[in-house]
Design a protein around this ligand. Structure first.
Ligand code: ADP
Ligand code: MG
Length: 309
C-alpha cells in the first residue's frame, strides 16, 4: 500500500532523513517511534506530498508522490503536528469547508460529517466555535478533518502530544477504532503509545531506520541485559561474590529489606533463561530462596539501546 524506497531529505547540509526504506501493508497500524528531531515529521510530510524528497521515492497505491500528488492526497488523510484549525469557525463549518476543499460533494457532505462526528465523538461540539474547544476536542476535530474525504490511509503526527492522561486514553481508543478500518501511520516519541496502539513499529534515529518489527519481535531480538530479582533470607556475606562467579552473572543491585531478606538484582547478557541456574545454585549453597523472578525486557530498553548516544 505504501512503499518508501531509499528516501533521503536534506536541509542544507543536514540529512534529516537518511536513506530509509520500508513498506506499509493495507490495514496495518504502524508506529513511527523516535526521539525529537529523528526525522518522523519530515518523512510524514513527504508521504503526504507536503515536501518533495531529496532522493528516493514513495509510492502510495503505486502512485508516485512526486508525480501524482493529487491521487496520493486523495488516498491519504493527514493530521499534522500542529493541527491547522480555523478558530472562528464552528466545528460544523470547518468540516464543511475542509470536506468541500477535498472534493466531497455537497450532497455527500452532511452524511460524511455525521459519520465523522459519530466516529470521533464530536456531536456535542458541532455548533461550537473551534476557539472554545478543549485541546482534546480540537484533536478529535483534527482527526475528523483528516478523514472527512474517507481516505484509505490515515497519517497522524504525534496525535496525543499535549493532551492530559485521560484525553490520551480517549484518543488512543479512537485511533484503535480507526485502525480496524484503515491503514494508519502514527508518530510518537512516547513508548507506551506504540505498545498500546500499533501492530508494527519503526524506530528512527537521526534520520536512519534502526528497527522494524512488531513490538514483540523487537523485544525478542533485543540483545541487551536481562534482569533477575533474587531474594534470599539471611543471605551470607559472600552471596554476591558467589553469584558473580557464575558465567554471565553480574550483581547490579542489592537491597536489604526489613526482616532479614536481601534482594539481589542479577543481570545477564544472554537470552537464555537463567532462573533454573540460580535456583540450583541456591539449593547447592543451602540458601533460603524468598523470591526469583525475571523482569521482562520492555520496549523502553530496546528504544534506549537503539537511540541512545
Ligand atoms: P521529528 O518529527 O522526528 O521530531 P523532524 O522531521 O521534525 O523530526 O526533524 C528532523 C530534523 O530536520 C531535525 O534536526 C530538524 O531540526 C530538521 N528540520 C526539520 N524541518 C526543517 C526545516 N524546515 N528546515 C531545516 N531543518 C529542518
Ligand atoms: Mg515531529
Amino acid at each position: 500500500m505504501i512503499e518508501v524506497r531509499g528516501l533521503t531529505k536534506t536541509y542544507g547540509t543536514e540529512r534529516a532523513v537518511d536513506n530509509i526504506s520500508f513498506e506499509v501493508k493495507k490495514g496495518e497500524v504502524l508506529g513511527f517511534l523516535g526521539p525529537n528531531g529523528a526525522g518522523k515529521s519530515t518523512t510524514m510530510k513527504i508521504i503526504t506530498c507536503f515536501l518533495p524528497p531529496t532522493e528516493g521515492s514513495v509510492l502510495v497505491d503505486n502512485l508516485n508522490v512526486s508525480e501524482e500528488s493529487v491521487g496520493v492526497r486523495r488516498r491519504i488523510g493527514y493530521l499534522p503536528e500542529s493541527t491547522p484549525l480555523y478558530q472562528d469557525m464552528t466545528t460544523y463549518e470547518y468540516l464543511t469547508f475542509v470536506g468541500s476543499m477535498r472534493g466531497v460533494s455537497s450532497t455527500d457532505l452532511p452524511r460524511r460529517i455525521a459519520h465523522m462526528s459519530a466516529v470521533c465523538g464530536i456531536g456535542s461540539v458541532l455548533g461550537k466555535r473551534i476557539e472554545a474547544l478543549s485541546k482534546g476536542y480540537r484533536q478529535r476535530v483534527g482527526l475528523a478533518q483528516a478523514m472527512i474525504h474517507d481516505p484509505e490511509i490515515v497519517i497522524l503526527d504525534e496525535p496525543t502530544s499535549g493532551l492530559d492522561p485521560n484525553q490520551i486514553v480517549e484518543i488512543r481508543e479512537l485511533i484503535k477504532g480507526i485502525g480496524t478500518e484503515k491503514t494508519v501511520i502514527l508518530s510518537t516519541h512516547i513508548l507506551s503509545e506504540v505498545q498500546a496502539s500499533c501492530d508494527r513499529v519503526l524506530i528512527i534515529n537521526k534520520g536512519k531506520l534502526v528497527a522494524d518489527g512488531t513490538p514483540e519481535a523487537l523485544k525478542a531480538n533485543f540483545s541487551g541485559a536481562q534482569h533477575i530479582k533474587l531474594g534470599l533470607q539471611e543471605a551470607p556475606e559472600n552471596a554476591a561474590s558467589v553469584l558473580e562467579s557464575v558465567d554471565h552473572f553480574r550483581v547490579t543491585g542489592q537491597e536489604l529489606l526489613n526482616g532479614g531478606e536481601t534482594v539481589f538484582t542479577v543481570s545477564t547478557d544472554t537470552q537464555e533463561d537463567m532462573r533454573p541456574t540460580l535456583f540450583k545454585l541456591a539449593v547447592e549453597k543451602g540458601w533460603t530462596l524468598t523470591e526469583l523472578h525475571r523482569d521482562q525486557v520492555n520496549l523502553e530498553d530496546v528504544f534506549r539501546q537503539l537511540t541512545g548516544n
